[in-house]
Design a protein around this ligand. Structure first.
Ligand SMILES: [Zn+2]
Length: 400
């Protein structure tokens, strides 16, 4: 089920809101942490009548595809899902005004590819085949991962490789690919009001961490730690997304989440509003220190349960629930055999046996999750199939 979002872009004379649901259903409005109780928690207030930024975490299974759209039609895509069907879904969203609120959009101004795993690049070929133009593409640069190389070739081929040499060459005409570095800033919107900050690339974060693109032993590791991490800002509002970025708490993984926090890489401080949870809710990520420092009001897990990876893990849900944060899962995250969320099988620290998922905080099977940010960046509304809540981006910090 998709909502028909009738929020008007900024600049329209009448402030008006309608969030009508197809098939007559109305989203329940989230009550902030009913039963957990705190007057300082974010409150559900009026939804913004006009929007200045739209972010959609598309429901593409255990994969990532995130669209960022401004009212004047600037488009940023972060990862492209796993399959051609995901590519079709992205193109469908871009071409349908009742979904994107702007019109028939045919250009992706900024494409960010967190890394070259199939669930982050798999829809790109179809997007290009269907005539959507990619103006600028940012990535980790040449893949050094041996078994990942075919995917890198697939990614490069989809975007075009004029010199047929698989490397970026920004000075030559025809190239749209750029190797991204920490600190790079792009802007979107009519008045450049939306900022897209790179806060980590290839493991490097504000000169800290380890830049594996420069490490000859990099072929032995996977690309998850090097995932491109972005903070997208409009005014006070901040959204964090970092593909399958790793943390070191639950399973031994490079501590990039910790490096992001400790380096002070996030421009206005680590506290953000909405987090796209790293690595589909895996226990390779979402370290306590990372979750507590970023302190999101809403966490979105882009996944659907599969027997192979069994995501999301309960230990991950625990991090967010105990941090007083709403969790929205795009697909159905329930393990059908267990009848609940999957336990972590590989960490002795998994004490989730005494943890109960609170269904007034964790919302399963939400479909596309849409975030509409007010023009001044002071409020935002988050909507899934059975969740709708509006939050302040100002003084909305959780209290521990
Ligand atoms: Zn992934």
């Amino acid at each position: 089920m998709q909502y028909l979002l009738s929020f008007r872009p900024c600049g329209m004379a009448i402030l008006y809101l309608a969030a009508a649901a197809v098939a007559g259903a109305t989203p329940s409005v989230a009550q902030p942490f009913e039963g957990l109780g705190s007057a300082t928690l974010p409150t559900v207030a009026d939804t913004p009548g006009a929007w200045g930024l739209r972010i959609v975490v598309l429901n593409v299974g255990q994969a990532d595809a995130i669209l960022v759209i401004t009212p004047n039609g600037d488009v940023c895509l972060i990862d492209s899902g796993k399959t051609s069907a995901a590519g079709n879904r992205i193109v469908g969203y871009l071409s349908t005004k009742t979904l994107n609120g702007v019109g028939n959009l045919k250009t992706i101004d900024l494409l960010y590819t967190s890394h070259y795993d199939l669930d982050h690049i798999g829809g790109l070929r179809r997007i290009v085949e269907r005539g959507v133009r990619v103006r600028k593409a940012f990535d980790q640069g040449l893949s050094r991962k041996r078994n990942g190389k075919p995917r890198y070739v697939e990614y490069v081929t989809a975007l075009g490789d004029p010199n047929n040499n698989l490397v970026q060459d920004d000075d030559e005409p025809g190239f749209v690919r750029h190797k991204l570095h920490y600190g790079h800033l792009e802007r979107m919107g009519l008045e450049d009001e939306v900022e897209v900050h790179c806060v980590s690339a290839r493991g490097d974060t504000k000169g800290q961490g380890h830049d594996w693109a420069l490490d000859p032993s990099v072929a032995k590791i996977n690309e998850n730690p090097g995932c491109i991490a972005l903070v997208i800002r409009l005014g006070e509002f901040e959204f964090y997304t970092a593909g399958d970025q790793t943390g070191n708490e639950w399973r031994p993984s490079p501590a990039i989440e910790e490096a992001v926090v400790n380096s002070g890489a996030i421009p206005a401080g680590p506290d953000i509003d909405v987090l796209k949870v790293n690595h589909h809710g895996s226990d390779t990520s979402s370290s306590s220190s990372f979750v507590q420092a970023l302190d999101p009001e809403v966490a979105i897990i882009s996944t659907r349960f599969t027997r192979r990876d069994r995501l999301p893990k309960r230990i991950t849900l625990k991090q967010f629930q105990e941090n007083r944060c709403y969790v929205l899962i795009t697909g159905d995250g329930i393990d059908p055999e267990m009848g609940g969320y999957a336990d972590s099988s590989r960490t002795p620290l998994d004490d989730t046996g005494v943890f109960t998922v609170n269904e007034s905080v964790v919302f399963n099977d939400q479909g596309n999750v849409t975030i509409l940010v007010s023009c001044d960046g002071r409020r935002y509304t988050v909507m899934g199939d059975s969740f709708a809540g509006t939050f302040s981006a100002v003084d909305a910090d959780n209290v521990h």
